[in-house]
Design a protein around this ligand. Structure first.
Ligand code: EPU
Length: 418
C-alpha cells in the first residue's frame, strides 16, 4: 500500500489548476445508461472512483472510450442490469445506476452499499422515490431488486435534502411517463450539472439549481456533450492548505460562486481572498482566527470540507467549533489529528477545537477520503515528518494531489507499496 511522506513547515505558493468534479462526473457517467446514443464528456478526473464506475458500466455492457481528456460512453444495450456487491462496497455512488437502469430496462439489481467509515448512510430515499414512480422494490440477499413496466411521473417530497436521491430520481424521471415534481431537491452544483446534462439530452427540466425540480420524461433522448464542472471540494482543500501554511495560492479553472461558503469562512479566519472570474487567490494571515462552522446542504458550508477545516482550526488562535448537521459522526479524522498534537473534543455532532501553536509530525492513518486530505493539510504544517498511510482513500477523489502540492512548494512524496 502506498504512503505519503510529508515534511511540514513550508508555505504553499503559486498557482494550481483544479480538476473536474468527481461528484458531478459519477452521476453524469451513469446517465449514459439512459440512451443508446453516445455521450461525450470532457474534464472527467482520473480517479479511483471514476475508474471503478467505468468498470461497473463496462460490466453492464456500456462501451466506454477515453482519450485526450474526452470520455465517450455508449449503452447500445445492456448485458445484465446488475451492480454487484464487490464494486458497490468500494464506491457507494454505484447506486446511481438504479434510476437509469430501471427507467430504460424496467429492471435493476443493485447491491445495498452498507455502512461507511463514519457510520450508516441509508438509501431509503432512493428506494421510496423509485416506488413513488411506480417501481416494485424489494430487498433480497443484500440487493435492491427493482422492477417496473414503465415508470410514471409523480410528486415527491424528500424529507431530507439528498444529493444522491435527487440525482437518482432525476435520471429515473428523465424517461418516466409524464411529469415528476421533486420537492426539497438537493441544490448542489453537481446536481445542477446533472440536470443540465439531462436537459441537453432532451429531457424537459424546470427549476434547475433550485429545490423544486419539474421533470418531463421522454423516450427520445439524443447524443449529448458536456464538460465537467470544476471540483469545488478540491479547490477548497487547496485554499485551506494555503491559509494554514502561511501561503499565497491561486486556484484556477474554478467557479468561484460554488466556493462562497468556504471563502466566507476563510475571510472570517483572517485570510485575504481575491476572487476573479475563474480563479480564487488566498493569502494567509499571520495567525488564523477561530471559527464557528456548521455544515449544511448547498449553499451552506459543505460537509466535504469539514475535516480539512478541522485541521486548519487546530492551529488557529483560539477555540473553534465545527458542527456537522449532514453526518452526525463524520469525525474519524479527529483521533488521527490528535496524534499530531491537535486538541479536539467531540460531543455529539460538534467538535470543539482548541487551537495549539504548532503540530508535530507522526505516522497517521487515513480513514476516508476527506479525512485523508485533512491529515495532509496537518502534515504540511507539522514539525518534522508525517507519514500518511492507507491513502487509497485519497486516490478515490483527488487527482495527482501530491504532484499539485509539490508544484506549490510542498515537501511531499509518495512511497509506493510501503
Ligand atoms: N440520507 C438518508 N437516506 C437516503 C439518502 C441520504 O437518510 O436515502 C441522508 C444521509 O445519511 C445524510 C443526508 O441524507 O445524512 C445527505 O446525504 P446525501 O444523500 O446528500 O449524500 P450522498 O448523495 O450519499 C453526496 C456526496 C458526498 C457528500 C454528500 C453530502 C457523491 C458521490 N457523494 O453523498 O461526498 O458528502 O453528498 O454533500 O456525490 C465525498 O465526496 O467525500 C463525499 C462523501
Amino acid at each position: 500500500m502506498d504512503k505519503l511522506r510529508i515534511r511540514g513547515g513550508r508555505p504553499l505558493e503559486g498557482e494550481v489548476r483544479i480538476s473536474g468534479a468527481k461528484n458531478a462526473a459519477l452521476p453524469i457517467m451513469c446517465a449514459a445508461l439512459l440512451s443508446a446514443e453516445p455521450l461525450s464528456v470532457t474534464n472527467v478526473p482520473r480517479l479511483m472512483d471514476t475508474s471503478t464506475l467505468t468498470k461497473l458500466l463496462g460490466q453492464l455492457g456500456v462501451e466506454v472510450k477515453r482519450s485526450d481528456g474526452r470520455m465517450v460512453l455508449q449503452a447500445k444495450t445492456i448485458s445484465r442490469p446488475v451492480a454487484p456487491y464487490e464494486l458497490v462496497k468500494t464506491m457507494r455512488a454505484s447506486v446511481y445506476v438504479l434510476g437509469p437502469l430501471l427507467a430504460r430496462f424496467g429492471e435493476a439489481r443493485v447491491s445495498l452499499p452498507g455502512g461507511c467509515a463514519w457510520g450508516p448512510r441509508p438509501v431509503d430515499l432512493h428506494i421510496r422515490g423509485m416506488q413513488q414512480l411506480g417501481a416494485e422494490v424489494e430487498i433480497e440477499h443484500g440487493y435492491i431488486v427493482a422492477r417496473c413496466d414503465k415508470l410514471k411521473g409523480a410528486t415527491l417530497s424528500f424529507e431530507i435534502s439528498s444529493v444522491g436521491a435527487t440525482g437518482n430520481i432525476l435520471m429515473a424521471a428523465a424517461m418516466a411517463q409524464g411529469k415528476t415534481i421533486i420537492e426539497n431537491a438537493a441544490c448542489e452544483p453537481e446536481i445542477e450539472a446533472l440536470a443540465e446534462f439531462l436537459a441537453s439530452m432532451g429531457v424537459g427540466i424546470e427549476g434547475v439549481g433550485t429545490s423544486r425540480l419539474a421533470v418531463t420524461g421522454t423516450d427520445r433522448l439524443h447524443p449529448a456533450d458536456a464538460s465537467m464542472i470544476p471540483d469545488r471540494i478540491e479547490a477548497g482543500t487547496f485554499l485551506a492548505a494555503a491559509a494554514m501554511t502561511g501561503g499565497d495560492v491561486e486556484v484556477t479553472s474554478v467557479t468561484p460562486g460554488h466556493l462562497d461558503a468556504v471563502i466566507g469562512k476563510l475571510e472570517e479566519a483572517g485570510a485575504d481572498v481575491l476572487v476573479h472570474e475563474r480563479s480564487v487567490r488566498v493569502r494567509a494571515p499571520e495567525r488564523l482566527n477561530p471559527l464557528r462552522v456548521t455544515t449544511a446542504p448547498y449553499p451552506g458550508f459543505p460537509t466535504d470540507m469539514q475535516a480539512q477545516f478541522m485541521a486548519l482550526l487546530s492551529i488557529a488562535s483560539g477555540t473553534s467549533t465545527i458542527t456537522d448537521t449532514i453526518y452526525q459522526d463524520r469525525f474519524t479524522h479527529v483521533a488521527e489529528l490528535q496524534r499530531l498534537g491537535a486538541d479536539i473534543r467531540v460531543e455529539g455532532n460538534t467538535a470543539t477545537i482548541h487551537g495549539v501553536p504548532s503540530l508535530s509530525g507522526a505516522p497517521v492513518m487515513a480513514t476516508d477520503l476527506r479525512a485523508s486530505a485533512a491529515l495532509i493539510l496537518a502534515g504540511l504544517v507539522a514539525k518534522s515528518e508525517t507519514r500518511v498511510s492507507r491513502i487509497y482513500h485519497l486516490d478515490r477523489g483527488y487527482e495527482r494531489i501530491e504532484e499539485k502540492l509539490q508544484g506549490l512548494g510542498a515537501a511531499i512524496r509518495r512511497v509506493r507499496g510501503a
